[in-house]
Design a protein around this ligand. Structure first.
Ligand code: LLP
Length: 430
């Protein structure tokens, strides 16, 4: 956790801000984002995923973490944006994100979402399947518009990751299989369309992937497909989006991907393979979400109390839980944490960190070595930047935490803490 350090009061600092002070000023639970690290990660992707003679583009998968402030940072860093719903698209538009740099995804976009996408002039709509092609075309006719599209295909690559976040097995809900016979028909159908301008293909094989070879296999399979489509349909692929999924380190147990090397290898492989196959190298896009934001975020909780069970467990109760971080309950995800105001591990013991929701599965960390904690200590859980805030809920009518961005000793509120008033604002009493 290079971007964090311990100050002379012995407290954890992030972006040169004392986390204990942050907790006091903004309340807990609190999502804290290290802006420098987000920007560093964006640059790393942009700088590593490029090579002479090939046009490349890095698209941030906004499902990992999105709000107006994040849109602005992504825009300033020159990345494009992948949105997967009307809500994500609306957020991007409200932040004045250039619409031609927005990619509209989703396996079941509603008519309203598509209309918003078409009317706001998004750069690409990623058409998921045959039926959606018809719908997008129909809507374009109605609106008198034309759109540039990519077709999402499924290369059938096994990515070694949690079953819930594998997306590219043959019977996945996403995309049309590159092995299906329909694919030729679909491409032909696009070619005959006056409204839809097929630029190329999109695939995404899964998330939190450490096996670099999964990325290389997917590239090879996709380029093979591109070449086949050129031969069989006389269709030249101008753009190829190979998705995201780069794994990040949550705990010591996790492997790491050396991103710089992996990205360089990917791009070299593309250059080499297209040249060997004698096909034109398409523009290549990648779509990282987690790898941009996961490690840049931490969550601060206040410890409300502890309990030692008859069975011998030592619980720490925090003032949040599966409502702000459902990943442990959902995927068995693992996290590291420290007591922000007691960094050293004197008198440490193994604790289970539990939340305040009415559910036994409401655990943030199963077993973690921490110093003896007391009520009102501040717990900092690391690497909670991705898929925490974005997957948060109001279960038990718990308001969502605030989000602050920190940088150079300065903290800026990016999302206000929800209030009880927010909790009932859509309720109707009759
Ligand atoms: N592109 C597409 C089409 C995707 O479906 C995803 C993630 C990404 C890009 C970004 O993947 P990343 O680089 O973040 O791995 N909620 C789960 C993760 C679900 C990922 C869904 N799609 C979790 O908390 O682990």
């Amino acid at each position: 956790f290079e971007t964090m350090n311990i100050n002379n009061l012995g407290n954890l600092e992030i972006g040169n801000c004392d986390t204990v002070e942050l907790a006091k000023e903004f309340g807990t639970p609190l999502y804290v984002v290290d802006e420098e690290l987000v920007r560093y990660n964006c640059k790393l992707f942009k700088d590593s995923f490029k090579i002479e003679d090939i046009d490349t583009e890095v698209i941030y998968a906004s499902k990992a973490f999105l709000n107006l402030a994040m849109c602005k940072i992504i825009e300033e860093e020159g990345l494009s944006l992948d949105v997967v719903s009307g809500g994500e698209l609306y957020t991007a538009l409200k932040a004045n994100f250039p619409s031609n740099r927005i990619y509209m995804h989703g396996n079941n976009k509603t008519q309203d979402e598509l209309i918003l996408a078409i009317e706001s002039g998004v750069g690409r709509i990623v058409v998921d399947n045959r039926q959606e092609l018809e719908l997008v075309e129909y809507l374009c006719e109605e609106l008198g518009e034309e759109v540039n599209v990519l077709l999402r295909v499924n290369p059938g690559i096994d990515a070694y990751t949690h079953e819930y976040i594998q997306t590219s097995k043959n019977d996945s809900k996403f995309g049309e299989s590159i092995y299906s016979r329909d694919i030729f028909w679909i491409i032909d159908r696009f070619q005959r369309s006056n409204r839809l301008n097929l630029k190329g293909f999109h695939c995404h094989i899964g998330s939190q992937i450490f096996e670099e070879k999964s990325f290389y296999s997917s590239i090879l399979v996709m380029l093979e497909f591109v070449s086949k489509i050129e031969r069989k349909c006389n269709f030249i692929t101008e753009e190829l989006n190979i998705g995201g999924g780069f794994g990040v380190r949550y705990t010591e147990e996790d492997n790491t991907i050396d991103l710089k090397t992996c990205l360089k290898k990917m791009i070299l492989l593309i250059k080499e393979t297209t040249s060997n196959m004698n096909i034109k190298t398409p523009k290549i896009m990648i779509e990282p979400g987690r790898a941009i934001i996961a490690n840049a975020g931490i969550t601060l909780y206040e410890i409300g109390g502890t309990k030692n069970t008859y069975g011998g467990k030592h619980y720490i109760f925090v003032d949040g839980g599966m409502t702000d971080n459902p990943r442990t309950a959902l995927y068995g995800a693992k996290y590291e944490a420290v007591v922000a105001n007691k960094i050293n591990l004197e008198n440490s013991q193994i604790y289970t960190v539990a939340g305040k929701c009415c559910e036994s599965g409401d655990i943030i960390i199963k077993d973690i070595q921490l110093p003896k904690v007391e009520k009102n200590d501040i717990l900092a859980v690391f690497s909670t930047g991705a898929y925490n805030y974005s997957m948060s809920s109001n279960y038990n009518r718990i308001p969502r935490p605030a989000v602050v961005f920190v940088r150079d000793g300065e903290a800026r509120l990016a999302v206000r803490r929800e209030t009880y008033e927010d909790i009932i604002k859509n309720d109707i009493l009759f």
